[in-house]
Design a protein around this ligand. Structure first.
Ligand code: PLP
Length: 396
């Protein structure tokens, strides 16, 4: 089944197929079930539910068809064994890491990871006696040299969501597996449509569904999809930590998922058009977009990914000050200024990776701007940016 077809049907049990219950025939999208207490007719019913609480009505925190449907859809799209939902992407990241470590362990973390992921390692993991080594995301098979006897987990974020280095996941996974370490991948940029890390050796794939899956910048959600060997440990940990996602947010993600494929095609086309135009601009020293040959790890992107999303960065020449960049961005009509990405609206965000790198110092001298290219008309976006470059040049 092609991805567009799969995305329309995933998570919706059909009559005669496993998981089908008659309630599913009522609506196209599984509706919002809001619940804490579930009522039982008898103590015998209560006992039955307590014994069979997985994917059965039991208690709100364990989910309802609203959550089960999105979990099923993501399992199908990512090719996993089972999935869980979390109140944010960061909660998914931290719960997944925490599930596989104990005091005295060592983990390897991509130097380009999302900054709060780095902070979690440096503060929360350190506190429980887990040591983190940050590694060059372009290290590939060389990661074998960083594996210690107590290394239990390698975390990959590919591409990095600020500087877009693409990692050789099969090579990293092979080295990790040789030592029995788990491989976790933050796949927020790729979505299950463009990249399926479980097919490339990962054990757990994590999505900040807040971004492209929700797609409309109006809900926070994290999703973790596990392979069979990782599921029991991960599920137990997640339940023990009380991880649960609110049904209204889950519904928004399920709804967003149905249009993900068409949105991603537009994000890719518009993003690439702007990125290629950026390459021709005299103000721009470097464009970091995985689909451009100059991007570190481009060949791996070409080998392992099915396309590109709409998030990339540019690095301006050194002589542009942060104040000049602010004049450029403040005056943009069609680009919002704000954290997060993956929504339908375009965003521009200045960022400085310098303070967030320890394995590979950030050497670029000019300011970096990250763009979330949204679903507006791309010519309008380009015209807005063109006027922005004029302001930039006038402000130095
Ligand atoms: C790559 C990446 N992973 C995880 C997260 C965390 O997601 P959330 O904002 O839903 O907590 C983000 C958020 O920006 C992100 O960019």
């Amino acid at each position: 089944m092609k991805k567009d077809t799969q995305i329309s049907n995933a998570g919706r049990p059909k009559a005669g197929k496993p998981g089908y219950q008659s309630r599913d025939k009522e609506m196209v999208n599984t509706p919002v079930y809001r619940a804490s207490t579930i009522l039982y007719d008898t103590i015998a019913d209560l006992k039955y539910a307590t014994k069979h609480k997985n994917r059965n009505f039991y208690y709100g925190r364990r989910g309802t068809p609203t959550q089960w449907s999105l979990r099923d859809a993501m399992v199908e799209l990512d090719g996993g064994h089972d999935a869980l939902l979390h109140p944010s992407g960061l909660a998914a990241v931290t719960t997944a890491i925490y599930a596989f470590v104990r005091a005295g362990d060592h983990i390897l973390m991509a130097d380009t990871c999302y900054e709060p992921t780095r902070i979690f390692c440096n503060i929360a993991l350190k506190k429980i006696g887990v040591e983190t080594t940050f590694y060059d995301p372009l290290i590939g098979a060389g990661i074998a040299d960083l594996m210690q006897d107590n290394t239990v987990l390698v975390f990959v974020e590919s591409p990095g969501s600020l500087t877009f280095e693409v990692s050789d996941l099969p090579a990293i996974s092979k080295a990790a597996k040789a030592k029995g370490a788990k491989v976790l991948v933050d796949n927020t940029w790729g979505t299950p449509l463009l990249y399926r890390p479980l097919e490339h050796g990962a054990d757990v794939v994590i999505h900040a569904a807040t971004k492209y899956i929700v797609g409309h910048s109006d809900a926070m959600l994290g999703i973790t999809v596990c392979n069979e060997e990782s599921w029991d440990v991960f599920q137990r940990q997640s339940f023990v930590m009380g991880q649960a996602a609110a049904p209204d947010d889950v519904y928004l993600a399920s709804r967003g998922l149905r249009t993900l494929a068409v949105r991603m095609r537009q994000h890719e086309a518009s993003g690439l058009k702007i990125a290629k135009w950026m390459e021709t601009r005299p103000e721009v020293a470097e464009v970091r977009h995985p689909a451009l040959p100059t991007c570190p790890g481009h060949d791996i992107w070409k080998r392992d990914f099915d396309g590109a999303s709409g998030l990339f960065s540019i690095i301006l020449h050194e002589h542009y000050s942060d104040d000049a960049v602010a004049v450029m961005i403040d005056g943009l009509d069609l680009f919002g200024i704000g954290y997060s990405w993956g929504g339908f609206e375009s965003l521009a965000l200045p960022a400085d990776p310098k303070g967030e790198r320890t394995a590979v110092p950030w050497k670029a001298k000019g300011p970096l701007i990250r763009f979330n290219i949204g679903l507006e008309d791309v010519d309008d976006l380009q015209a807005d940016l063109e006027a922005g470059f004029e302001r930039l040049n006038g402000a130095i």
